[in-house]
Ligand binder design. Structure first.
Ligand code: ZN
Length: 120
């Protein structure tokens, strides 16, 4: 599958394969929640309020950049993801939250109201 921006349809991920089991997700701080090349649909258990959202590895994010509002990117070593969506598509639409701090598990979580995905 691939993820796209709902507003401008720009591609937001590389081609991804579903993680076979949710239990394969890695919950260690400072490590990637999802292995590169895979995605999973959040059940909201590990990342509260993300039920139904697509979660991917940072390396698979495409055509996105950091939000211009630096408060959204607050954290110690990287964005903690606690200040709202901090990633925008190449046309400036808020599409995802990046968790990449030394205090968090690392992941990109797409906003389900701002993005969609197509499975091939
Ligand atoms: Zn867009």
């Amino acid at each position: 599958m691939k993820v796209f921006c709902k507003a401008c349809h720009v591609e937001l991920s590389s081609e991804l394969t579903p993680l076979p089991y949710l239990s394969f997700a890695n919950e260690k701080v400072e490590e990637a929640y999802v292995t590169e090349g895979f995605y999973l649909i959040s059940d909201g258990r590990f990342f509260p309020t993300t039920h139904g959202c697509v979660i991917i590895n940072e390396a698979d994010l495409r055509n996105a950049r950091n939000h211009s509002d630096l408060n959204r990117l607050a954290g110690y070593c990287g964005p903690s993801g606690h200040n709202g969506k901090n990633q925008v598509c190449s046309n400036g639409h808020e599409i995802a939250t990046k968790y990449a701090d030394c205090t968090t598990v690392h992941a990109i979580i797409f906003d389900k109201s701002a993005t969609y995905y197509i499975a091939y």
